[in-house]
Design a protein around this ligand. Structure first.
Ligand code: ADP
Ligand code: MG
Length: 632
């Protein structure tokens, strides 16, 4: 025989658990209580619109007060208030949300996003910092009596009707616990309000501040004097740009909102994306592409995540796709859960969908810019390149969209899309195996001779000079068929893009064998492999190249690739020393009978080759200069 039962939860036991573990950070008590005050105000406004609350609503400002002497913090609203029955129902039943109930009751008449709460847990976060909590409330309902509720954090509470609460709304009084006295500092509370409540939709007052206004009086010079006055210190902007319609906003508005978000940021953003979605989830926001001063710097001005204008976090790692963490701005979605911990946030299905959606929006916006104003897009390209490449490497969907507008820049400063570039170089840069070779340089100064040689051959050389470019190149090679990237100095000009070989050598094999030891003695044998090639007379007598494969292995190893990478990474640096068999100087070295002159000529030629790769340093460089002077 089987029976069913109900697991019995004892409040005595669950209470400390909620207090300790529900919220990762005790400072969010303020966010929760102010959100409740905002909810109470918004509900009252909604009821007034529906005709359920009548009369003048008056000033609806929320006020926060800190009193160091009585060790209390007060959160006061002029919202809909609560009757005795409502306090017993909403406050004393943990996990029963009055917000949720309100939304369900009026679901056809009010937008569900006017209220913030939905879990029925926020209020209890007060006990993370308070040893006693009091509520004074008067409901908007006609004939209501004031109520006083008080609880010291145990499951027992007192509640009574009172006569001295005559103003509609709710005051929450927190008696701050001894170990939380930091919250009695005005600066601390103001900081928290600015962090969490900066864009809440109801005005929040925290004391007063001094301000200067025109006095109406004139000074000696006849100019109007300003006078100092006390004004309300309003913490928030109740109508932040992202909650407004894009059509109502000018470029200036977006820029000034950027500075409102990041007061310490003086650089203007490159452009912005206004997000506005209501299906299949609700999402608004503005993302900015910043001008990054230093491409390696980790962004400290980060995207801020809001839920119904309540700040949730600016640590969006794993919530927003990685490559977008370089962007700035705000994302607001009531579907982002306000409560509990980060790991919960990351695992949330809505959060994942939001991330995918943002990726798509960003790609669409970039494509639109590209199509609408190519010149402007090119002008901004160097700054946005890192986002686009990062996105293409890390996100398949983004790659598919971005491959249409991602640009490459040549060493000559021209921009191409991949499709354009392919058509541009196809005729000259296809090798004998039908492979399209994209030549690139990482440094136009250091690789100048090689770039120069390639360009005079009629090749285009791409500039790939950022940290991300090596990864981007690898990624593209894995995606695009029949292309490969080769750095300009990876081989001699003839071999960079291998065509049919019909060159002839001026040197016989015997002559080459005779020359080899002479040249080998001029350089370190462990570092250089001597090879003979039939280049043109106009090319350099000797050249140093570094095979693409070797260099990439080394590069990857430096960036921390393991396994086979580290095997190659541990190999000594290897270069090819290519001897141009057709250069007159090489013939001269071969024919020279004076041993000393032969040695000097060889040394001079190898040093020149080293020099053009930036490999001649220290004593070698000093000797080269001395020898050159003597030769002159
Ligand atoms: P939630 O906000 O998720 O519903 P809370 O624990 O924060 O949960 O609050 C529980 C309920 O208590 C609210 O839904 C609301 O009905 C009521 N409440 C809390 N604070 C106030 C307030 N300042 N004014 C009116 N009602 C309030
Ligand atoms: Mg709440």
């Amino acid at each position: 025989m089987s029976t069913t039962g109900k697991i019995n939860v004892q409040t005595e036991n669950i209470f400390p658990i909620i207090k300790k573990f529900l919220y990762s950070d005790n400072e969010i008590f303020l966010r929760e209580l102010v959100s409740n005050a905002v909810d109470a105000t918004q509900k009252l406004k909604a009821l007034a619109r529906m005709g359920e609350a009548t009369g003048d609503l008056g000033d609806l400002k929320i006020e926060i007060e800190v009193d160091k002497t009585s060790k209390t913090i007060a959160i006061k609203d002029k919202g809909l208030g609560m009757t005795k029955e409502e306090i017993e129902k909403y406050i004393t039943q943990i996990a029963f949300s009055g917000a949720e109930e309100f939304v369900n009751k009026y679901k056809d008449k009010v937008d569900k996003n006017v209220v913030i709460g939905h879990f029925g847990l926020g209020f209890y976060s007060a006990f993370m910092v308070a040893k006693k909590v009091e509520i004074f409330s008067l409901s908007f309902k006609e004939g209501s009596k004031g109520v006083h509720w008080e609880c010291d954090g145990s499951p027992d509470y007192q509640i009574e009707e009172i006569s001295n609460k005559t103003e509609r709304g709710t005051n929450i009084i927190l008696h701050i616990a001894d170990d939380c006295e930091e919250y009695l500092e005005k600066s601390k509370i103001e900081g928290l309000l600015k962090k969490y409540c900066k864009f809440l939709p109801v005005e929040i007052k925290f004391g007063t501040k001094k301000d200067w206004v025109p006095s109406g009086e004139k000074d000696d010079k006849g100019e109007e004097k300003d006078k100092e006055v006390e004004v309300d210190n309003i913490i928030n902007n109740p109508n932040p740009a992202w909650t407004r319609k894009p059509a109502d906003l000018k470029d200036e508005d977006y820029k000034s909102f950027y500075h409102e978000l990041y007061p310490m940021q003086f650089e203007e953003p490159l452009f912005n994306i206004h997000l506005n979605v209501d299906y299949p989830f609700n999402l608004t926001g503005i993302l900015y592409f910043p001008k990054l001063s230093n491409k390696l710097e980790m962004p400290k001005d980060r995207i801020q995540l809001y839920s119904n204008q309540v700040f949730v976090t600016d640590n969006v790692e794993n919530i927003v796709p990685d490559f977008l963490t370089l962007l700035r701005g705000v994302i607001d979605s009531p579907d982002i859960p306000l409560n509990v911990s980060r790991s919960y946030l990351q695992a949330d299905g809505n959060v994942k969908k939001i991330a995918a959606h943002i990726t798509k929006k960003v790609a669409d916006k970039l494509e639109e810019l590209f199509k609408k104003d190519r010149a402007e897009f090119e002008k901004k390209w160097d700054d946005i390149k890192i986002f686009v490449q990062y996105g293409m490497i890390s996100d398949e969907k983004f790659y598919e969209k971005a491959i249409k507008f991602v640009l490459v820049k040549t060493t000559g400063g021209k921009y191409f899309t991949f499709e354009e570039f392919e058509n541009h170089v196809k005729a000259v840069q296809t090798d004998k195996d039908k492979k399209l070779i994209y030549l690139y340089a990482t440094n136009t100064l250091e690789q100048h001779p090689y770039i120069d040689a390639a360009v005079s051959r009629g090749y285009e050389v791409l500039l790939m000079d950022t940290m991300l470019d090596p990864h981007f190149i690898n990624h593209l090679e894995s995606k695009l068929k029949d292309i490969s990237f080769v750095r300009v100095d990876a081989d001699t000009i003839d071999k960079l893009i291998k065509k049919e070989d019909n060159s002839v050598s001026k040197l016989t094999e015997e002559q080459q064998n005779a020359l080899r030891p002479v040249i080998e003695s001029a350089v370190s044998k462990e570092q250089f492999m001597v090879a003979f090639e039939n280049l043109s007379e106009k090319d350099a007598p000797m050249l140093i190249t570094r095979p693409e494969f070797m260099r990439r292995m080394k590069d990857m190893n430096q960036m921390g690739g393991g396994g086979a990478m580290s095997f190659y990474g541990n190999m000594p640096e290897m270069y090819n020393l290519v001897v141009n068999t057709n250069h007159p100087l090489i013939s001269r070295i071969l024919e020279e009978s004076d041993e000393e002159t032969k040695k000097n000529l060889t040394k001079q030629a190898t040093d020149l080759a080293l020099l053009s790769q930036g490999l001649l340093k220290g004593e070698g460089l000093t000797n080269f200069i001395k020898r050159s002077v003597e030769l002159i």
